[in-house]
Design a protein around this ligand. Structure first.
Ligand SMILES: Cc1cc2nc3c(=O)[nH]c(=O)nc-3n(C[C@H](O)[C@H](O)[C@H](O)COP(=O)(O)OP(=O)(O)OC[C@H]3O[C@@H](n4cnc5c(N)ncnc54)[C@H](O)[C@@H]3O)c2cc1C
Length: 391
């Protein structure tokens, strides 16, 4: 049984401001990161909401860190930034293919929805139920907790990774279609061909407060792998575990941020979208494209994070469908940061927006790299033979 224990993180952990982002960068201790990053309370950066929404870029962060610490390319933190860039690379090269199985899954029958007991954090397995509660309460989860939650959902409950990824994406402040959906594929085994399974000893080591002995995950690795390759949905461990209400996922901002009919003040416009929220000195117009959110709704928490930042950066905000925004923007001189997000890319094409690429630390090879180690080797010349384990 899971009691409603204190959440692993403060509920107000992420403020959508430069000072909060700066404080995160200033607090990074690369050596401590290496030693502790796998632990639930380890010294990870928690920069992901700021990186996803473009407050700051990976090369900016690395440059700033190098002013304080030696940070060679083979440093574990640079390597983790590399995973973000690898997933963006795959998205740019594979497009919508990243939303389909990139390799055959280990099992055959998967559900197309996330079962209620899992959504309600009521499986009766402490590590799973606490992860769901933390996700809902903070919009953030430690990497290990994401891996455990995804692995349990896909391999022991037979949820198709795509259904799990869509669900988690909506609740994360850092939800990024490439990092999220490709990480779910990584866990499912459809990215690399090897499913990720974990056992209760792994949880006891890295998250002792969420230890889950005598539960569905208290099995040998071979048993867990056989379950991953089989068809059985183990069902919840308990039928009367306490439930948590899932926050609503919203296809539009909960408060009126702006509309697509507003008069535009200037002929030349610098557009800001939810993935390009860096501060600049130019006057800017924010855009929110609603067709995208009809397919990928967000929690109110994430809308607030993005909405407050856009309000702070922009003179005007336009919120509308692709067609409405296209009509409003057409015929002007428009500039924006590029994104791989397909809806925004289409809008930029319709409105002839001139885009500049997001700064990258590593190159973006012309053809999709089949594995992270291939990508890393090709872009850094550093061999990863000894460090291919994400865990
Ligand atoms: C199932 C699942 C879903 C995920 N969904 C997302 C997502 O929607 N958005 C997202 O940014 N990350 C996602 N990740 C990757 C990773 O969990 C988060 O980037 C990380 O936990 C964010 O916390 P942090 O900033 O403290 O990370 P740190 O450990 O401090 O890492 C620093 C930065 O490196 C990048 N990074 C680190 N690890 C990874 C990784 N494995 N994959 C990609 N980038 C990485 C992130 O930009 C992160 O902010 C997911 C992982 C899994 C297993």
């Amino acid at each position: 049984m899971v009691a409603d224990r204190a959440f692993a993180l403060d509920r107000h952990l992420f403020e959508p401001t430069d000072s909060a982002c700066e404080a995160r960068i200033a607090a990074i201790e690369p050596d401590a990161y290496v030693r502790t990053r796998n632990h639930l309370h380890g010294q990870v950066t928690r920069l992901s909401p700021y990186l996803t929404h473009g407050f700051v870029s990976v090369p900016d962060v690395v440059t700033r860190l190098r002013q304080r610490h030696p940070l060679p390319m083979q440093h574990k933190l640079v390597y983790e930034f590399g995973w973000r860039e690898y997933f963006q690379h795959l998205w740019s090269r594979l497009g919508d293919q990243i939303f389909t199985d990139l390799r055959p899954p280990p099992g055959r029958d998967y559900r197309s929805t996330v079962p209620d007991d899992l959504r309600q954090g009521a499986t009766g397995i402490p590590v799973i139920d606490q992860s769901v509660r933390t996700l809902y309460a903070t919009g953030y989860l430690h990497n290990h907790a994401r891996m455990w939650l995804a692995s349990y959902a896909v391999h022991l409950r037979k949820v198709h990774w795509r259904a799990g990824a869509d669900w988690m994406y909506g609740h994360l402040l850092d939800g990024d279609l490439a990092s999220n959906h490709l990480s779910w594929q990584w866990v499912a085994g459809t990215l690399t061909g090897k499913p990720y399974v974990f056992d209760s000893a792994n949880v006891a080591r890295y998250a002792p407060e969420w230890a889950s002995p005598h539960s569905a995950i208290d099995r040998s690795y071979d048993e867990l792998l056989a379950l991953a390759q089989g068809e059985t949905d183990l069902g919840p461990d308990s039928d009367n575990a306490p439930k948590v209400a899932e926050p609503a996922l919203l296809a539009a901002p909960p408060e009126q941020l702006g509309d697509a009919s507003a008069e535009l003040n200037d002929e030349t416009l610098h557009l800001v979208h939810p993935w390009s929220l860096a501060r600049t000195s130019e006057r800017r117009v924010g855009i929110i494209e609603l067709d995208f959110h009809a397919r990928h709704p967000w929690s109110a928490r994430r809308w607030t994070f993005v909405g407050e930042r856009m309000a702070a950066l922009c003179d005007q905000l336009l919120v509308g469908t692709q067609q409405e925004l296209g009509l409003r923007l057409r015929g002007r001189e428009l500039k924006a940061r590029a994104t791989h997000n397909p809806s925004y890319r289409e809008l930029f094409a319709i409105a002839s927006v001139q885009t500049s690429e997001e700064p990258r630390l590593l190159d973006n090879p012309g053809r999709a790299c089949a594995s992270f180690s291939q990508f890393w080797k090709r872009t850094t010349s550093v061999d990863t033979a000894t460090s291919t384990n994400r865990d």
